[in-house]
Design a protein around this ligand. Structure first.
Ligand code: SF4
Length: 492
């Protein structure tokens, strides 16, 4: 627990966000001055609780972090903190330095807590082209390490090249969610239901989904469609007949022939058959994702993936034989029981397979994940991602001829790390860039799907969420459609 005493809430969000990057999964409780001394008295000397005291006075801020055992760090800064526009970064740097001094830790992303660091770099690139100047500005502003600044600059450059000279903001992309998986992974925080328990509802789910898709196709008939992304869950968890029906429906409703990219996630190797890949290829799917997460059987068993390493190899070989243009693979760093040696050997196998894209996730322990619920049991096994692991990934990707092309950060990643997509040149996943850089509307259908409307002129984003529960989604499909009708801006 962090007990927080502050005489103003001017920077409440920043105080909490930066505190949590140092003290992950810690609760913050705001207390009054009177409670402050009472609480201090009650805390035993060996308590792991912390006290954080921030005092704002005339153009000046004082801060103190104190632990239950009496260790204390103080710091202060002169700045006109009421002038948010010009001094927000000064305040954040002050907070970061206070916690850094107290913990003795330096975080790779410094004080940056936002999930889209490349957006900042993209904006700066409008005025500045020199890579060294851009990286130095990034390090000085956000106190990041130079590798992160360089990574961010490389990704932003790649995105700018890919997005240049095409009016994506005048088009939209479609997301279709299939929330079924063979089993539920330990770390899962997506909308996902195991096939064995939900098989009897798949037909009704698809019927509801088709209604929602039909609404979108009609509402957006005048607008060009850039890309289609079928995700989940695991779309290939559908049986062959259902997968065929889904592909047929997409073709009936949307101009598949003219889209720039058509992706289907085939994430779980235990959901793939030759027939399913044939159905996808014949439907014009160009990009599939096969996700090993790790090439270590004992980890797969531990995290409940219920497939073998050999099935990953077979699924990849089958995808190549089927002739997909782009094969992506996902891996996760920081899985329970894994250290850098596990990552090294996983990467060695992936190097031999030579996917076109590699997406690297740092394990995030979110509220909904089973891993969080069962954290007590797995706590000693979760060592988390290290910078060394991500540097190794970067090196191996470069050896495979890949460059980083999209990136985002999530809250609750131990160590405050990032997720990165790498690609060989020319095979980048366009949908991933569009959704991260918020360049166009992403209209999402299915349980738990989140639609994003982008208003570039106003620098504004609106979202419409569908319910996650499958039964509710089926029963309330008209309401889901109404939510979209309310949000649609096509007629504006
Ligand atoms: S495959 Fe993905 S969506 Fe399915 S249970 Fe595992 S983590 Fe969740």
């Amino acid at each position: 627990m962090i007990y927080l005493l502050q005489n103003s809430r001017e920077y409440d969000y920043d105080v909490r966000a930066i505190a949590l990057t140092f003290f992950e999964r810690t609760k913050i409780k705001e207390i009054s001055e009177r409670q402050w001394s009472e609480t201090m008295m009650e805390i035993l000397p060996d308590s792991s609780d912390l006290f954080l005291h921030i005092t704002y006075s005339d153009k000046h801020i004082d801060g103190e972090v104190r632990s239950g055992d009496g260790k204390s760090t103080k710091s202060s800064v002169d700045c006109d903190y009421l002038d948010h526009e010009h001094h927000r970064n000064d305040v954040s740097r002050f907070l970061y330095r206070l916690f850094s001094k107290f913990t003795g830790r330096i975080l790779p992303w410094g004080m940056l807590t936002g999930i889209r660091p490349t957006k900042i770099m993209m904006n700066w690139m409008e005025e500045e082209k020199d890579p060294d100047t851009l990286e130095k500005r990034f390090v000085d502003t956000y106190l990041t390490d130079i590798q992160k600044a360089s990574l961010c600059r490389r990704v932003a450059e790649r995105e700018r090249e890919i997005l240049a000279d095409y009016p994506y903001e005048k088009e939209y992309s479609l997301y279709v969610g299939i929330p079924f998986c063979p089993t539920t992974c330990l770390y899962c925080s997506f909308t996902s239901f195991p096939v064995s328990r939900f098989r009897d509802r798949m037909g009704a789910y698809l019927e509801a989904l088709y209604k929602e898709m039909a609404y979108v196709a009609d509402a957006y008939r005048e607008k060009p469609l850039t890309s289609i992304y079928v995700g989940g869950g695991t779309p290939t968890a559908l049986d062959e007949r259902s997968l065929h029906s889904l592909m047929d429906k997409i073709h009936q409703l949307f101009p598949v022939e003219s889209v720039r990219e058509f992706t289907v996630e085939a994430g779980r190797p235990d959901s793939i058959t030759e027939e399913k890949f044939r159905i996808l290829r014949e439907a014009g799917v160009g990009r599939v994702s096969i996700n090993p997460q790790t090439m270590h059987q004992e980890t797969l068993d531990l995290i409940g993936r219920n497939h073998t390493v050999e099935q990953t190899r077979e699924a990849f070989a089958l995808a190549r034989r089927t002739g997909f243009d782009v094969i992506n693979m996902d891996i996760i760093t920081g899985l329970p029981g894994e250290d850098i040696n596990h990552i090294r050997s996983t990467l060695r196998e992936i190097f031999d397979m030579k996917p076109d894209n590699l997406t690297v996730h740092s394990l995030a322990i979110k509220r909904a994940a089973n891993l969080n619920i069962e954290m007590e049991k797995y706590h000693s096994l979760v060592k988390g991602t290290t910078n060394e692991m991500l540097r190794l990934v970067d090196q191996v990707c470069m050896d495979m001829g890949m460059e980083p092309y999209y990136m985002y950060r999530q809250k609750n990643i131990p160590g405050n790390f990032e997720n990165i997509g790498y690609s060989v040149p020319g095979k980048e996943g366009l949908y991933n860039i569009l959704i991260m850089e918020e360049k166009q509307d992403i209209i999402a259908c299915g349980a738990g799907a989140s639609t994003k409307y982008v208003f570039p002129a106003e620098n504004r984003i609106e979202r419409t969420e569908n319910v996650k529960n499958i039964d509710h989604y089926i029963q309330r499909i008209e309401e889901m459609i109404q939510r979209k009708a309310f949000g649609d801006k096509i007629w504006q």
